[in-house]
Design a protein around this ligand. Structure first.
Ligand SMILES: O=C(O)CCC(=O)C(=O)O
Ligand SMILES: [Fe+2]
Length: 322
């Protein structure tokens, strides 16, 4: 009998995670792709089984070989972003090339990657050229940083994940509307970082003179009419590894309102699809720069899409965020 992740989920709901694991392991011994994928996910997430990225990769390899397209996509992402093994861009591209023969999603990604001029680690061969909008805080714009196809790809990668921004109310422990950000948002975690996304993240790393390891997972934000991101600092309270820089890519511009405003620096950016906005959030001493505070103004008509990458002062471990 084929393994069913629904049956495993029911066992877990009944508090019988050990039985779910036994079921999955028995099916995995028969090379059942769904069971191999399920075990990989448990090892990745670190629930029901202790987190173990190396073992997760081993199960993903077997699930992919057994025909799971989801496992193949995850394996490609983790190969390139160095989860459970060293980063291996050429290895990831080779896997994508093989997958593209069987999977139209992979074929589309390969086409986008092949249009980029990339070095051996997936970095751009030509550094993107900035325009300086403000010296302090440093605010730069890169025109046409991503192509129209790349804009669409980023927006599409968030489609099934978008949910209203919420925070936990400390008084009641309930999820409440985010007080500052009213957009919908999605986080592109490490298993969903396909090679198009990872090549763009390396492009941002090169533009910002940072290592790709310094970035938090990419956030996709979607603002409907009236939605906004009120005046805020991207710097975080009480963290050792501060958000030193922010990269915002505008994914569309067929809307009204929705500019990005730095009131203290007196800079306002009108979103143009494909442009990158890159700015510094901290002072030379590492403390938050109050003049870098900014807002995403309310959208007046249409829908605004952006992708934000917050870049830490030093490497950020996506698997153990702090
Ligand atoms: O929506 C905008 O223009 C600003 C977004 C922003 O401030 C952020 O993502 O940190
Ligand atoms: Fe921000």
């Amino acid at each position: 009998m084929a393994f069913s992740s629904d049956a495993a989920a029911r066992l877990i709901e009944q508090g019988r995670s050990d039985a779910a694991i036994t079921l999955a392991r028995a099916a995995a011994d028969r090379s059942d792709p769904a069971a191999l994928l399920q075990l990989a996910i448990w090892y990745l997430v670190g629930r029901y089984l202790p987190r173990d990225l190396v073992t997760a990769r081993h199960f993903l390899r077997r699930a992919s070989a057994a025909g799971s397209i989801d496992a193949t996509r995850m394996e490609i992402a983790l190969t390139a972003n160095g989860s459970g093994a060293d980063r291996d861009w050429p290895g990831a591209v080779a896997l994508l090339r093989a997958a593209a023969k069987l999977d139209s999603v992979a074929a589309d990604e390969l086409q986008l990657v092949e249009r980029m001029a990339l070095g051996p680690r997936g970095e751009p061969i030509r550094p993107p050229a900035p325009e300086l909008l403000c010296e302090s805080p440093e605010i730069r714009r890169y025109r046409s940083f991503i192509s129209p196809e790349e804009c669409r790809h980023l927006a599409r990668s968030a489609e099934n994940l978008l949910a209203p921004a919420k925070v936990i109310d400390p008084a009641t422990n309930r999820l409440i509307d985010h007080p500052i950000r009213t957009s919908d948002f999605a986080v592109i975690g490490p298993t969903r970082e396909d090679l198009v996304i990872q090549a763009i993240l390396r492009r941002i790393a090169m533009a910002s003179d940072t290592a790709v390891e310094q970035g938090e997972p990419l956030n996709i934000l979607r603002y409907a009419v009236g939605q906004q991101y009120r005046l805020h600092s991207d710097a975080l309270p009480n963290v050792a590894n501060q958000r030193a820089k922010t990269a915002i890519m505008y994914l569309n511009d067929n809307f009204e309102g929705g500019g990005t405003l730095f009131p203290e620096a007196e800079v306002q950016i009108d979103p143009v699809a494909g442009d990158l906005l890159l700015f510094t959030n901290t002072l030379p001493n590492g403390r938050p720069d109050p003049v870098a505070r900014h807002a995403g103004l309310p959208v007046v008509q249409g829908t605004k899409w952006i992708a934000t990458r917050w870049i830490r002062a030093s490497a950020f471990d996506v698997w153990n965020p702090t």
